[in-house]
Ligand binder design. Sequence first.
Ligand SMILES: [Zn+2]
Length: 307
Amino acid sequence: MPDTRTIVFRGIAVSVIRKASVRRIGLRVDAQDNVSVTAPLGTQDERILAALEGRHDWILNSRQKMHERHDATFRPETLEFGDLEVHVKRRATPNVEVRISAPDAVPEVTAPFDMPLAVVRGIVEPHVPRLRESRDSMIKGMPARLSYVTGERHLLWGEKMELVTVDWARPGVRVEDGRIVMGLVPGMGLAERRELMRHFYRQCVLCELGPIVARYEELMGREIAGITCRFMKSRWGSCTPQTRTIRVNCMLARYPRPLLEYVVVHEMCHFVERGHGRAFRELEARYFPECGKATAFLDRVAGEILI
Ligand SMILES: [Zn+2]
């Protein structure tokens, strides 16, 4: 029977396993940061402590490495190539893989734990032109040219609605009888009209977010610390898992409401899984079974983000 006990060496708990089959003192630090010693049966604590003394630096270094390796799973790493941002995800894999997908349109690379970031960078670099192209086609396929004049059609929650401009003392936008009514003061040009519409879209999304967030917080058992609505050129949504905050694109007001819901779910799933691997996709599908359809839709209309 092995004899297992714990001794304390310079503040570190060390489990000592004494076995008949062991000839000499062995030392190991495992992935959970446990330090253990194997020793022949009958070895005195003093002898083990003396042996540990000679390996003190090695123990500290090994623990540090284990910490770094552990942290790498959770700590976000990013590579920047000019205006292109690539997220690095560490995996127990010998391969490096690069991909880009909606709704974030942020390229992601999976790389082995111990591969230095500079090496990952060298591998990703030749892919940069292709990644930039994919991202750009996602974000500016066919920017809509809108003039914000009466008779033009504008999207709201997936419906094409007629725009009517009227003179109002206070500029603003509202929906009336199935039409989008834009109140203007004389002299308001394209830029001001666009700004009014953006403000309107933003309000529309903000009004919807409350119930969506409440629903998924309860379903997923996760709380959001903050959610904001922004105009983003290249993403439908983004999140910061560390602060549990989410940003969604105001332009989602143009598409059917479930798409906004999908983006919130997608970003909330990143609180649990950072990348877009299999675990992430399963999680997403559990809370939003139509996620495949939603992604395809958002990819297709991504070119319309810029208006
Ligand atoms: Zn994502």
